[in-house]
Design a protein around this ligand. Structure first.
Ligand code: GDD
Length: 415
């Protein structure tokens, strides 16, 4: 470990169950941050890139899920990385900046010079060491990872304007109704500890404003009461917007891949992006086979060592198969996530789909989506312990847990 000035702490904001509704039915079983992408929990991807940060002292996950939901993962990843990883539970949502502030004493206990802050629901190559270097050169309080997206997609994110020469953040608007810029906030940040002072300033201003209102008008008091709780601070609206153009914040543009993971469809897309990244970073995790002694593998595929795959199956590209899955003879899998303990019987076909834990797919059946990752029914999802009987076809549908399908369905949500 280097001198204390150099220490870095990473914080990953994992949110909580009320934030995971768009991820249903998969979030009914598992906190969204632990849903497997390319065979590893979603949060594992940013955590494993934190390893590349020099002098990383600790990694914190901050959320309002129950501690027990993260206990097993946090202890196994701490051992694997040999860096302490801790889950800190908020009693209620405090917002992305309020949550950080709430645990400032833990975060600052190693006296870090920098805090790396990550949203857990983004998928990218997390160029953290490179960002840290750029951040030190800029000399500001914070640096944001940014990317250019299409003008039509930009309004789902924080849109921003940066100085093309100095990279200073000049203007920031969160999810604006009218177009500002196609440069957006990726939810990956590096801050100096001054971020805590900036958050504290927001609390103080709010208190002052509330006091002023209380003494001026009853009407104003009522509208203040309806506003956000006083200890709820959003990083984007409450910190980034007001500090833009004040030589405090800078941007670092990535030209690599970046996606936000709010829905099961996007998790399937991102699983594929991480699998293709494994080609360069961890090729040993990718399966291989030509159909002689093991199944035929096409493109990027992850298979858990405990899964049993018949040699006559054909798998890939973009397939991830979790623990204890059983894939029968003649099965064809393309662009799908097969979760733990799933059984897929002979000659079944699964394309653009997520098959939930302990589900079973019958012989000669077909479970398929059209592959539009952004559409509500663009992929087919089978919730936990679903059963598709022999020769049944399920197209562009979402099936909630514990359902048995003995007739074919198309474009349906089966409750
Ligand atoms: N612990 C905790 N507590 N985490 C939270 C809370 C909270 O109260 N609120 C949000 N988060 C976490 C979420 O789980 C997510 O990882 C991250 O903070 C940001 O979530 P949101 O505040 O809901 O914002 P968003 O995801 O819609 O948009 C943000 O991220 C985009 C990039 O993905 C914004 O910062 C956008 O500007 C940005 O483009």
């Amino acid at each position: 470990m280097g001198s204390s000035e150099e220490r870095v702490v990473a914080v990953i904001m994992v949110g909580g169950p009320t934030k995971g509704t768009r991820f249903r039915p998969l979030s009914l079983n598992i906190p969204k941050p632990l849903f497997p992408l390319a065979g590893q929990p979603m949060v594992h991807h940013p955590i494993s890139t934190c390893r590349r940060i020099p002098n990383l002292a600790q990694i914190f996950l901050i959320g309002f899920y129950e501690e027990k939901e993260f206990a097993l993962y946090v202890s196994s990843i701490s051992n694997e990385l040999r860096v302490p990883v801790r889950y800190l539970r908020e009693d209620k949502p405090h917002g992305s900046a309020g949550g950080l502030y709430n645990f400032r004493d833990y975060i600052m206990e190693d006296n870090p010079s920098h805090v790396v802050l990550l949203n857990c629901d983004v998928c990218c190559s997390f160029p953290l060491p490179e960002m840290l270097e750029a951040h030190k050169a800029y000399g500001g309080m914070g640096t944001l990872l940014v990317i250019k997206v299409s003008a039509e997609a930009a309004n789902q994110f924080g849109e921003l304007v940066a100085d093309p020469v100095t990279n200073e953040l000049l203007h920031y608007t969160e999810k604006p109704e009218t177009f500002v810029s196609d440069l957006i906030n990726c939810g990956v940040y590096i801050f100096t500890p001054n971020i805590f002072t900036a958050i504290e300033d927001v609390f103080m201003q709010r208190k002052d404003r509330a006091n002023l209102r209380r003494t001026t008008s009853f009407e104003a008091l009522q509208s203040a009461a309806k506003a956000l709780p006083p200890d709820y601070v959003r990083l984007d609206q409450d910190i980034l917007s007001p500090l833009a153009g004040k030589k405090e914040l800078y941007t670092y543009e990535t030209l690599d891949f970046w996606e936000q993971i709010k829905t099961p469809g996007m998790s399937l897309k991102c699983s594929g992006l991480y699998l293709s990244q494994f080609r360069h970073t961890s090729p040993q995790l990718l399966a291989a086979g030509d159909g002689t002694r093991s199944a035929t593998i096409i493109g990027d595929v992850y298979i858990h060592p405990s899964a049993k795959i018949h040699p006559s199956a054909k798998i890939g590209p973009n397939v991830s198969i979790s623990a204890n899955a059983r894939i029968g003879p003649g099965v064809r899998l393309i662009s799908c996530i097969i979760l733990d303990d799933v059984e897929i019987k002979e000659n079944a076909v699964v394309i653009h789909a997520i098959i939930g834990w302990r589900s079973s797919i019958g012989k000669w059946s077909r479970v398929q989506g059209e592959g539009d990752y952004n559409a509500k029914l663009g992929i087919t999802i089978l919730g936990e312990a679903g059963s598709v009987e022999d020769e049944v076809v399920v197209i562009n549908s979402i099936v909630l847990p514990n359902k048995t399908l003995n007739i074919s369905v198309q474009e349906e949500i089966i409750l």
